[in-house]
Ligand binder design. Structure first.
Ligand code: HEC
Ligand code: HEC
Ligand code: HEC
Ligand code: HEC
Ligand code: HEC
Length: 488
């Protein structure tokens, strides 16, 4: 009796698996071809061969300039990032490693295809996995599958890695793809070169900068599509033209829609995550890596400068019956090629702080001043989004969020108007109003939660000198102070 029962249980389990698979594949909206995408829910593909991937230091021995620029970029930190490791650790506990591999597909693509990354943590990993988005990721990309994805858009790492070819007669040949028609000497005998128009398009960045929920295919981060549907894409100003150049060149690309000269491109991939660069600079300094620490501090300064260049404020009074009743603040996205803010909009915080004082210096109204515990007051005007799960409850976790209950960001070259009611005391003839557009990576308690969740082998005190999470630094992206008459 017993053996038969075991057999039928196994049969039933197998049948259920097949049915589950069939149910997935049969989704009329998001059809997934699991043979085509073997690392699902990461959509990475790999031309599997014995061709090795190489650590960035290897590429750096012949390409020192690119290495120096990349080393210390957010791409070089994409896997080691303690905030990422904390969230990954939570994700693996919540949904299991098979699903959390989706995260690793973008944060350590080589770690995923080679199978080196088996979960959160940094211990015993090869340099190719630890270095996140490294040289050999981007320069081994031979194509994209953007039209075959479940959403029929770039998503979740929908690119193909082909580091080279193997041939029974010629052995292994490394092939690196880049923007040029290769010369005879290209590769210095180490690799062959292929001209790749993909590297001159935003599609290269798109697969990783469109993050979808692993199952519901909800766009959690939509930087690529925000850009594609905006004025910069129409004028052929690409991600590379603002993020692979220095700050002055980025401003020129944004202001004039003029493409940078070839020699102006830099591998800095400079964005807005000044907190990560700052933490990593501290860790490098502690470790005696002076050059890296200096590089990271330079990244930090560029990130702050980029944020300060992104937006502008216009403050104006609104009178009714001759009396001042409202203050209008126009918030303009002047230089971000996508919405402002972009990417992790459900975690990032960009908000208006407004303070009005009468002639005696007494505050008569305020909004958006950070509370002593690091939170923002209820009435603050935030530009970002609130995530919700399929139970319609609030969440910050990317494996839970299947929709936004609020999504309020500013399109490229667009603006939003915000009105604040103000009742000046009868005696006041003038008031002084200060408006600030402020930015931080996360709400204080969200950052504390994430850093609490880092895997055990990342000792925050030892690595970063962090005993507790200090108040998160805030950048003032734009500030305007104006004196306004209380009546006409
Ligand atoms: C399609 C590629 C992709 C996938 C999949 C992906 N991420 Fe990311 N992740 C990114 C990009 C791009 C950013 C940078 C966005 C930004 O800085 O605003 C990012 C940023 C983050 C950050 C913020 C890091 C910081 O220092 O502030 C965390 C945390 C994070 N990801 C966790 C995850 C987790 C957990 C998963 C899996 C559930 C995941 N990511 C899946 C591409 C991806
Ligand atoms: C996120 C993707 C990405 C990463 C990571 C990356 N590159 Fe590039 N690389 C590009 C793109 C895009 C271009 C073309 C930019 C342009 O238009 O010049 C490029 C251009 C190049 C070129 C030819 C143009 C030049 O600058 O001389 C070389 C060589 C190169 N990369 C080497 C490297 C090395 C070495 C590393 C690692 C230290 C690296 N890349 C990391 C995307 C990347
Ligand atoms: C032995 C030296 C050597 C090593 C190691 C090396 N390269 Fe190159 N590579 C060259 C030379 C030489 C050129 C051609 C001149 C140039 O662009 O600097 C070149 C060109 C390139 C280009 C431009 C190709 C084009 O046509 O646009 C890319 C991209 C590139 N290498 C990537 C890499 C990557 C990624 C690695 C590490 C996996 C690497 N290289 C390692 C010597 C090397
Ligand atoms: C293999 C996936 C991948 C590719 C391809 C890729 N990125 Fe990224 N990128 C990431 C991840 C992951 C992060 C965030 C890492 C983190 O915050 O821990 C990131 C971060 C960034 C940042 C910094 C964001 C910040 O908050 O400061 C910029 C800027 C950026 N990428 C631009 C680009 C551009 C431009 C390209 C194309 C030339 C590109 N990326 C291609 C995965 C990728
Ligand atoms: C016209 C210039 C411009 C173009 C084009 C552009 N960006 Fe940006 N990007 C910015 C500016 C300015 C910021 C800082 C403000 C912000 O966070 O939006 C930024 C920020 C970012 C961030 C960091 C967001 C965060 O909160 O940490 C990422 C990631 C990013 N860009 C990726 C991309 C990608 C991918 C593309 C192409 C699809 C692109 N950008 C095109 C100007 C540009």
């Amino acid at each position: 009796m017993k053996p038969t029962f075991r057999l039928s249980a196994a049969l039933l389990a197998a049948l259920l698996l097949v049915l589950a698979g069939a149910a997935m594949a049969a989704s009329p909206v998001f059809d997934v071809d699991r043979t085509f995408y073997p690392y699902y829910p990461s959509l990475i593909k790999w031309d599997k061969s014995t061709i090795p991937f190489n650590a960035p230091e290897v590429c750096g021995s012949c390409h020192p300039q690119q290495f120096k620029e990349w080393n210390g970029s957010v791409h070089s930190l994409a896997f080691k990032d303690p905030v990422y490791q904390g969230e990954l650790n939570k994700g693996v506990k919540a949904v299991g490693h098979d699903i959390a591999r989706q995260c690793e597909g973008c944060h350590s693509p080589i770690g995923v295809v080679t199978g080196a990354v088996k979960g959160p943590g940094l211990a015993n990993l090869p340099a190719t996995a630890l270095n996140g988005v490294s040289c050999d990721v981007c320069h081994s990309v031979s194509g994209v599958t953007h039209w075959q994805t479940p959403s029929h858009e770039p998503e979740n790492g929908s690119f193909i890695l082909s580091p080279g070819v193997e041939d029974p007669n010629n052995g292994q040949t490394l092939i690196k793809r880049g923007p040029f028609k290769p010369s005879e000497e290209c590769g210095g005998g180490f690799h062959e070169c292929r001209e790749s128009s993909l590297h001159l398009r935003a599609d290269l960045c798109a697969s990783c900068h469109q993050v979808y929920h692993y199952e519901a295919h909800f766009p959690l981060e939509a930087t690529y599509l925000e850009w594609k549907h905006g004025p910069y894409a129409q004028q052929a100003i690409l991600c590379q033209d603002c993020h692979m150049v220095d700050i002055a060149t980025f401003k020129r690309s944004a202001d004039t829609f003029r493409k940078p000269e070839r020699q102006e491109y830099r591998h800095v991939f400079n964005g807005a995550n000044y907190l990560l660069s700052y933490l990593a600079a501290g860790a490098a300094k502690k470790n005696g890596e002076e050059e890296l620490a200096a590089n990271l501090m330079k990244q930090y300064e560029m990130e702050v400068e980029r944020l300060k260049a992104a937006a502008a404020l216009e403050l104006s009074p609104v009178y009714r019956g001759g009396r001042l009743v409202e203050l209008k603040v126009r918030v303009k996205n002047i230089r971000a090629g996508h919405n402002l803010p972009t990417s992790l909009t459900n975690v990032r915080q960009m908000w208006l702080e407004l303070t009005a004082k009468d002639e005696t210096g007494t505050v008569i109204m305020s909004s958006g001043t950070i509370n002593p515990d690091g939170s923002l007051p209820e009435n603050s005007r935030l530009f970002n989004s609130d995530g919700m799960g399929n139970d319609f409850h609030f969440s910050v976790d990317p494996w839970v969020i299947t929709a936004f209950s609020r999504h309020d960001t500013i399109p490229p070259r667009g603006y939003k108007d915000v009105y604040f009611g103000v009742a000046a005391p009868a005696a006041a003839k003038k008031i002084v109003v200060t408006a600030k557009l402020r930015f931080r990576q996360a709400e204080q308690h969200v950052a504390e939660e994430l850093l609490k969740a880092v895997p055990k082998d990342i000792d925050l005190e030892q690595l970063y000198g962090l005993r507790a999470v200090p108040p998160l630094p805030v950048v003032d992206m734009a500030v305007q102070e104006t004196t306004i008459a209380t009546s006409l």
